[in-house]
Design a binder for this molecule. Structure first.
Ligand code: PMV
Length: 363
């Protein structure tokens, strides 16, 4: 697949009147991390993530054909019921990036209504769930104009569009595991869109849990755009990209056999490598907080004493994602409640688990 294949070239289009489309799309948590890219949102290495379930964005796209044609974008955006003009620049630049592939977006006036299932300031990035939900709405609109589009092609192009909004958004459409970025061992993998992990998956990974400990609910200290740019001319960049590719190769047999010790080793190394890149970039950042480290130490001690297969991963922030298999749920839930919750802002955490991806919510 090359970019040209995603240009909208319908055989004949259906003329639409006013309507609306709704999609609910989840967040995801990377096991092998994406950090570093080239234009246009081409990742420097492949990444793989668990698709989540409870942390999701619901977006409704109301559309009406413009009465007076124009080549400009016409949209209003509402977040949790209130008009949100601060979201406009991000959506406008997303529309500009995808215009070649969905040129019909200038034929409509849109009202975009969006809401998140997770608290507004929780430090959880909503770009993956938000951009994938919007991309899916636009692809459903394309399908209404061109009903021949298959569901598989709709999903693939939605992932392609979502990637242009936010790289990790390409991994939010399907589940439970999605790969984005070309890797020689992952058949069908691509830099342009995410694919459902095609290898064998042991049942233990179909029901994995992710409890997100909200250590710092503030706005991100380093935006993704700034963060990815820090990898340009980073002295350890090439070694990091190789490490990620190797970790993907190492993870594949682990996903097949259900080797939880091997899984823990790779996942924690990936999280710390991501943060090591930020600590050694120019300028440098420490995104972990003292409570992040306290939690990590307690997870290690608990793992040793309980023999539970619990581990942590991190995004580009201080919050800790606690990953564990279903068999350990009772013990780990108790451990989180009694030992870890006090290190979270207002004792807040979110219980989530691997899921199957985005859902159409159109009536
Ligand atoms: O999708 P972006 O550009 O916000 O980048 C996300 C990067 C990480 O969340 C840190 C890692 C990942 O692979 O999700």
């Amino acid at each position: 697949m090359i970019e040209k294949n995603f240009v909208f070239e319908p055989k004949h289009t259906v003329n639409l009147t006013d309507g609306s489309i709704c999609w609910q799309s989840p967040s995801n948590i990377a096991l092998v991390k994406y950090w570093g890219k080239t234009e246009p949102q081409i990742p420097k290495n492949s990444s793989i993530s668990f698709t989540l379930t409870n942390c999701h964005t619901t977006t409704t796209l109301h559309y009406s054909p413009k009465k007076i044609p124009s080549r400009s974008f016409d949209f209003k955006v509402f977040f949790e019921g209130e008009e949100k003009n601060s979201f406009r620049p991000k959506i406008e630049s997303f529309f500009n990036r995808i215009l070649d592939y969905v040129p019909f977006i200038t034929d409509f006036s849109f009202r975009i209504e969006t809401e998140n299932s997770f608290p507004h300031s929780s430090g959880i990035a909503s770009s993956a769930s938000g951009m994938s939900a919007l991309a899916l709405c636009l692809m459903s609109l394309q399908k209404r104009m061109d009903p021949h589009l298959s569901e598989a092609d709709l999903l693939q192009k939605a992932s392609f569009l979502a990637r242009l909004g936010s790289g990790s958004a390409a991994r939010s459409l399907e589940g439970p595991l999605v790969v984005w970025g070309q890797h020689p061992d992952v058949i069908g993998s691509s830099d342009l869109f995410g694919i459902r992990y095609p290898g064998e998956i042991h049942e233990v990974f179909g029901t994995f849990h992710d409890t997100i400990l909200l250590v710092d609910k503030g706005v991100k200290q380093v935006s993704s755009t700034v963060g990815h740019n820090l990898m340009v001319d980073h002295p350890f960049a090439e070694a990091r990209f190789d490490q990620a590719q190797n970790n993907m190769s190492r993870l594949m047999p682990i996903l097949k056999t259900g080797d939880l010790d091997g899984f823990i080793d790779i996942v924690e190394k990936e999280a710390l490598s991501l943060h090591a890149m930020m600590m050694t970039s120019d300028p440098y950042f420490i995104l972990m907080k003292p409570n992040t480290l306290e939690i990590i130490e307690r997870i290690w001690a608990f793992r040793k004493s309980s023999k539970c297969h619990i581990c942590f991963t991190l995004d580009a922030g201080a919050n800790v994602h606690v990953l564990f298999p279903h068999k350990d749920k009772e013990l780990v839930d108790e451990f989180i409640r009694t030992e870890l919750a006090s290190f979270c802002e207002n004792n807040q955490f979110i219980s989530d688990h691997a899921g199957s991806g985005a859902k159409s919510a159109s009536s």
